[in-house]
Design a protein around this ligand. Structure first.
Ligand SMILES: *[C@@H]1O[C@H](CO)[C@@H](O)[C@H](O)[C@H]1NC(C)=O
Ligand SMILES: *[C@@H]1O[C@H](CO)[C@@H](O)[C@H](O)[C@H]1NC(C)=O
Ligand SMILES: *[C@@H]1O[C@H](CO)[C@@H](O)[C@H](O)[C@H]1NC(C)=O
Ligand SMILES: *[C@@H]1O[C@H](CO)[C@@H](O)[C@H](O)[C@H]1NC(C)=O
Ligand SMILES: *[C@@H]1O[C@H](CO)[C@@H](O)[C@H](O)[C@H]1NC(C)=O
Ligand SMILES: *[C@@H]1O[C@H](CO)[C@@H](O)[C@H](O)[C@H]1NC(C)=O
Length: 421
């Protein structure tokens, strides 16, 4: 297996000749690609050195991670390929940092093939996630996830992925002794051996939300303060990595239709629409970042919109996603690029030109294909049988693991805390 070649490589001691290392890596990567290719086209008789296939992939990009890791690569487009080695080479559902809602198998899901897909970007190889390397680079550091529950989904995925690089799991713990649950607004996991903390701050809108001010009109039941951040944000100063995650709460139902209006200064703007408010909020986050973060130190990521998959009805009108057990193949069923992404991308570009090390973590397309990856009816224990299906969060291990592979790749691109060799 090519993976074991790579593992062996990693364990090889330093003095090995660089050229040799590179050529073995190159070879193993090529065989990996061929294997993946063979797996997805099992009916075609394929020889190991399928020249046609190689010539399609090779000219496009550097296959050596040493080179591509330092070069920006677009991982957002590609396809899902079957990978028999998953999820064993990641983590299991027994990882202690998964909250009950994401443990789909324990919640009754029978088909487990959703765990067996690997994202294969077009024209670029995604560096293999290396928990040891990630931890080494993050030593004495702090990684912050701020955002909605999809962000918590990704945070838990990263915790479990990093746990793979630690031999004694008792040395990883929540700093305040809190259980991992969706009911907590703030959770901080310490990787003691590495003096690393990985934190989650629950902020569905990123900006602050509040009770209505005293003089507010009767229909106002709450406000989203588009020009004000939650006090949590004072804790983000000094973080090495920040991952912002928002999206699902920016809709009519959760805001205006349920009495949550947008406030600017002391003024509740009863006519401000959701997308305008979203834009202004992103701007608030942008100003915060430009004023507070250490430019040379902090890496900032904005995760793109994570698609939902309610078929035959809205989430609360009997919509479901339990009939798909594999990724979507019908491209006609894919949605257009959400407006959220356009706005987020714009703000990312503005920050970039101001010298911030910021990246747009564009997971929308790859995620859109994964209608099979949601908890659907396999929700956490205690959920009433007639409750709506969950077609917005993700089973773990599962799709957010790939987001974290992209996050890792993004960190490598900027030489994140590389040690001089
Ligand atoms: C995100 O990635 C998809 C797939 O490559 C692409 O179609 C889309 O334009 C990207 N969005 C942005 C804002 O870059
Ligand atoms: C742990 O990391 C923090 C920075 O996050 C640093 O201030 C502290 O000195 C480190 N502790 C040890 C024991 O290295
Ligand atoms: C694992 O870590 C815990 C907490 O630090 C410690 O009490 C225990 O002895 C360790 N176990 C092993 C096998 O090292
Ligand atoms: C309310 O928000 C809208 C944008 O949606 C804006 O055009 C308008 O000027 C705002 N009203 C006030 C009084 O600020
Ligand atoms: C999917 O969910 C619907 C509604 O809960 C249920 O009627 C149906 O039997 C389920 N189908 C499968 C394949 O599990
Ligand atoms: C590429 O990686 C090196 C470390 O190997 C780092 O110093 C450099 O800043 C990186 N280049 C870019 C453009 O981030």
């Amino acid at each position: 297996m090519p993976y074991s070649i790579q593992q062996k490589l990693q364990s090889l001691s330093n003095p090995i000749k660089k050229e040799l290392k590179l050529s073995i890596l190159l070879f193993s990567l090529i065989t990996t690609s061929i294997l993946c290719y063979n797996v997805i086209t099992p009916l075609q008789p394929t020889s190991l050195f399928n020249i046609d296939f190689l010539s399609k992939i090779l000219p496009n990009n550097n296959l050596t991670p040493t080179k591509s890791s330092n070069k920006s690569c677009d991982y957002s487009y590609g396809k899902w390929v079957w990978d028999e080695t998953q999820p064993e080479r990641r983590y299991s559902e027994n990882c202690p940092f998964l909250d009950p809602g994401f443990r789909c198998r324990q919640n009754g899901r029978q088909d487990l093939v959703y765990q067996k897909w690997q994202w294969l970007p077009e024209g670029c190889l995604l560096p293999r996630f290396n928990a040891n390397d990630f931890l080494q680079r993050s030593r004495n550091g702090r990684i912050v996830f701020a955002g909605d529950s999809i962000g918590r989904n990704q945070w838990e995925s990263l915790l479990c992925m990093l746990t793979q690089g630690v031999s004694n799991q008792s040395t990883i713990y929540e700093e305040n002794g809190n259980p991992i649950t969706k009911h907590k607004g703030f959770l901080s996991i310490k990787f003691h051996e590495y003096n690393l903390t990985v934190q989650y701050y629950r902020l569905p809108y990123l900006v602050a939300s509040d009770r209505p001010p005293r003089n507010a009109p009767k229909e106002v039941r709450g406000v989203v303060r588009v020009d004000k951040l939650h006090w949590f944000s004072t804790n983000w100063v000094g973080a090495d990595v920040l991952v912002f995650s928002t999206g699902h709460w920016w809709n009519q139902d959760k805001t205006i239709k349920s009495g949550h209006y947008f406030q600017e200064g002391q003024y509740i703007n009863m006519t401000m629409d959701v997308m305008e408010a979203f834009k202004r909020s992103l701007n608030t986050v942008k100003l915060y970042i430009m004023q507070n973060l250490e430019l040379k130190k902090s890496r900032v990521f904005f995760r793109s919109y994570s698609p939902v998959h309610y078929r035959d009805g809205e989430w609360n009108k009997g919509g479901h996603c339990n009939t798909s057990t594999e990724p979507e193949t019908d491209k006609k069923r894919l949605e257009y690029e959400p407006q959220n992404n356009i706005y987020t991308y714009e703000v990312v570009k503005q920050m970039e030109s101001a010298g911030i090390m910021v990246q747009f973590l564009n997971i929308t397309y790859l995620t859109e294909l994964r209608i099979d990856g949601h908890p659907s009816s396999n929700r956490e224990p205690g959920t009433p049988v007639d409750a709506p299906q969950d077609c917005s969060h993700w089973c773990l291990p599962g799709v957010p693991d790939t987001w974290n592979e992209l996050l890792y790749a993004g960190l490598l691109t900027t030489g994140f805390r590389m040690k001089p060799v």
